[in-house]
Design a protein around this ligand. Structure first.
Ligand SMILES: [Zn+2]
Length: 251
């Protein structure tokens, strides 16, 4: 028989389980902030991509306008030249031909001028959109910086707390009743931290997988013997307030 009472053995394991749960909560807090940073980084990148796309469309449009203006100038120069040639036309045929070319060039340039005007209006519509995309980037970067700062601020406190909890776990594991150590170690190797242990739920259910624990094992637990859930492999302990028959008889 061990030096600890059944109640003390399970109290100790219960405390160790609560420590593992605290550790999990700390890690979850940390992960949560890191996840938020990831989300925020994506928002920043998306805003930057949207803005870059708008700027590229705008630049392409401006280049098209410049190109159209160049063509307009060339046609216009040819047109002016033909107008001066009109006066020097040698015969009626040449005069008519020049007249036709001038009319043709004029028509082409009128169409070009319409297109340039239309493109210029479209390009101007991009200006406020680019401005708002730039503002979006600025806001996304600021939000990202804020969450990154939150993480930086919480790291020292998290490290300190988790170090304290890990130390407390180490210390308390050493104080676990010798018979309980091997199965508890096995469960801790098989599961991740707080998942390695589960209290009896209700009168005879595993608090981890909810499967029924055969009554003889509940009796064994109450007699101070360890039990590992036959279904999930978690180390089972008695929760606070569980009526331990043996001890009640002793009282
Ligand atoms: Zn189980």
């Amino acid at each position: 028989m061990s030096s600890q009472s059944v109640r003390e053995i399970h109290e100790k394991i219960r405390y160790i389980h609560s420590l593992y749960r605290q550790l999990k909560t700390l890690v979850a807090r940390y992960d949560n902030v890191r996840l938020r940073i990831k989300v925020q980084k994506k928002k920043t990148a998306d805003a930057e991509a949207r803005c870059a796309e708008l700027k590229s469309q705008h630049a392409k449009m401006c280049a098209e306008i410049r190109e159209a203006e160049g063509r307009y100038d060339l046609i216009d120069a040819a047109l002016q030249k033909r107008k001066t040639q009109l006066d020097q036309a040698k015969n009626n045929k040449e005069y008519t031909s020049l007249k036709d070319q001038i009319a043709d060039d004029q028509k082409r340039n009128d169409a070009l001028a319409d297109k340039i005007l239309e493109q210029t209006e479209k390009a101007e519509e991009f200006v406020p959109r680019i401005e708002s995309a730039d503002a979006e980037i600025k806001a996304a970067r600021a939000a990202q910086a804020e969450v990154e700062k939150e993480l930086r601020d919480m790291v020292p406190e998290l490290n300190e707390s988790s170090q304290y909890i890990r130390e407390e776990i180490r210390k308390n594991l050493k104080e676990v009743d010798a018979d309980f150590v091997p199965p508890l170690r096995d469960a801790l190797r098989a599961f991740d931290g707080d998942q390695a242990m589960a209290p009896v739920e209700g009168e005879y259910f595993c608090g981890g997988c909810r499967m029924e624990i055969p009554m003889q094992y509940i009796v064994a637990l109450c007699e101070g013997k360890p039990y590992t859930c036959g279904s999930c492999g978690r180390f089972i302990y008695l929760p606070k307030g569980f009526v331990i028959n043996n001890e009640d008889e002793d009282d």
